[in-house]
Design a protein around this ligand. Structure first.
Ligand code: GDP
Length: 439
């Protein structure tokens, strides 16, 4: 998506080190890059300006968060702001009437008919009795397409010849009531462009069937034009939400952000492929990550916030100094590392390090598993004082952990050395030992 944004930001933020607050100059530097990236992703200019202004207010003078670097603090703030700009919470809809009527509208080719079927499948999988209604009477092919899709899904498709679209829809409601269908999805007519007659027809349809939801299907690949289309449908017909299709093909997501901001209606679903199962509920935070192209860093930020407890770290350091660091503490630290995901993934997530190829990270993970098994096979006393582990105990531990005495000796030796080094607080040597452990 914004391939370069990450490295540009990382460069811009290199100099922000060891300060407590984000200065105006730092914020400007970051904003310049973000603005450029948004424009490059074809986000509407007015929308970019608005987001820039909001970000400026949020960033300048912001405290660098505990556990986070300035870079991470800024990315976290930008991500939150974009999530907000995309609607904040995820909203689909609550089906609380019977039948619940959903009308899908949109330009021809936007993926409307396909999306009707996708939505029907999704709701069916949640136990709903869906009825599809073919109201695109000007295109026999569209009716046929819906019927084929309905057959595939084993969902009935209601259609009637020689009736006006609103009358077909009206008849479908009666049919749903008598046949026990609780959700009606209406596929309406589309045109190649915005068309006054079509708008009028949709308004009549809406007034006749009084749908619970009018969802506009927008092709995310058409870029800025989507803003005009969405505005027109919303002004003339009135929509309750948006569905963006072809999000698999548009790597940038700029249209979605622009339309959401300008029309201010929730995005409910996104289409992510041609298959009937390729429809997802929309989650603003996920798309914000995608727009930033920094999903991995954001995951790391979340994990760092959750995992690293400053007090606990201080306590461990005290224990190390006093020679009270036990094998249990050691295991606790290893487990924390494991919780953060695979070592290879953690390294991939760190800007700058993600290009380095690591060959022995798998070995490191296997080693962590071995060490865990060994320590877990020790008694409480042994974990607290490894010095009591004699040859007999070693044999027992080896058996219990499925390893051998040699491995136990190796671990104890490394633990002893690590303890010594840490006590002397020689960071470099300690790091070397950690590295050797990996090897
Ligand atoms: P309609 O004219 O609006 O009813 O559009 P259709 O449902 O006929 O879809 C137009 C084209 O878009 C078809 O080739 C669909 O397979 C394709 N399409 C629809 N949704 C998606 C999507 O989410 N991703 C991709 N890649 N293609 C889609």
């Amino acid at each position: 998506m914004f391939e370069d944004l990450e490295s540009k930001l990382a460069n811009a933020l290199k100099k922000i080190k060891g300060q407590a607050l984000i200065t105006e100059q730092d914020a400007q530097e970051v904003l310049k890059n973000i603005k450029f990236a948004l424009l490059e992703a074809d986000v509407n200019y007015k929308v970019v300006k608005g987001i820039e202004q909001e970000l400026k207010e949020k960033l300048i003078g912001k405290e660098i968060e505990k556990n986070l670097t300035p870079f991470q603090t800024i990315i976290d703030t930008v991500h939150k702001e974009l999530t907000q700009a995309l609607g904040g919470e995820s909203t689909a809809f609550i089906i609380n009437t019977k039948p619940f009527i959903i009308m899908l509208v949109g330009i021809q080719g936007s993926g409307k008919t396909t999306t009707c079927a996708k939505l029907a499948k999704l709701l069916k999988s949640k136990g709903r009795q869906v009825l599809l209604v073919a109201c695109d009477i000007y295109r026999p092919a569209a009716i046929k397409q819906l019927q084929t899709l309905g057959k595939q899904l084993d969902i009935p498709v209601f259609s009637k010849e020689n009736l006006k679209p609103q009358d077909i829809a009206k008849a479908s409601i009666e049919y749903a009531k008598t046949s026990g269908r609780d959700v009606i999805i209406i596929d309406t007519a589309g045109r190649l462009q915005i068309d006054e007659l079509l708008m009028q027809e949709l308004v009549i349809m809406k007034n006749t069937v009084k749908p619970n939801e009018v969802l506009l299907v927008v092709d995310s690949m058409i870029g800025q034009e989507s803003v005009n289309i969405a505005k027109k449908f919303n002004d003339d017909v009135g929509i309750s939400g948006l569905i963006f299709t072809k999000m698999d093909a548009d790597a940038r997501g700029g249209a979605l952000l622009s339309v959401k901001r300008i029309v201010d209606k929730p995005v409910k679903f996104i289409g992510i492929g041609e298959k009937i199962s390729d429809l997802e509920q929309f989650y603003p935070d996920r798309i914000a990550s995608r727009i930033l192209g920094m999903g991995d860093i954001l995951t790391l930020i979340d994990q760092a916030k959750n995992q690293i407890d400053e007090n606990e770290q201080k306590q461990l350091q005290r224990k190390l100094k006093k020679n009270q660091f036990t094998l249990d503490d050691f295991l606790g630290q290893l487990k924390k590392i494991q919780k953060m995901g695979s070592i290879a993934n953690i390294i991939k997530m760190i800007p700058g390090l993600n290009k380095i190829k690591l060959s022995n990270t798998d070995d490191f993970e296997v080693e962590i598993k071995r060490i865990t098994a060994i320590i877990q096979s020790m008694t409480k006393k042994e974990k607290e004082n490894y010095k009591i582990i004699d040859a007999n105990r070693k044999r027992r531990i080896a058996k219990g952990s499925g390893t051998d005495v040699q491995s136990i000796n190796k671990l104890l030796k490394q633990f002893e050395e690590m303890n010594k080094m840490m006590k002397g607080l020689d960071k470099n040597k300690a790091l070397n030992i950690m590295k050797n452990l990996g090897k």
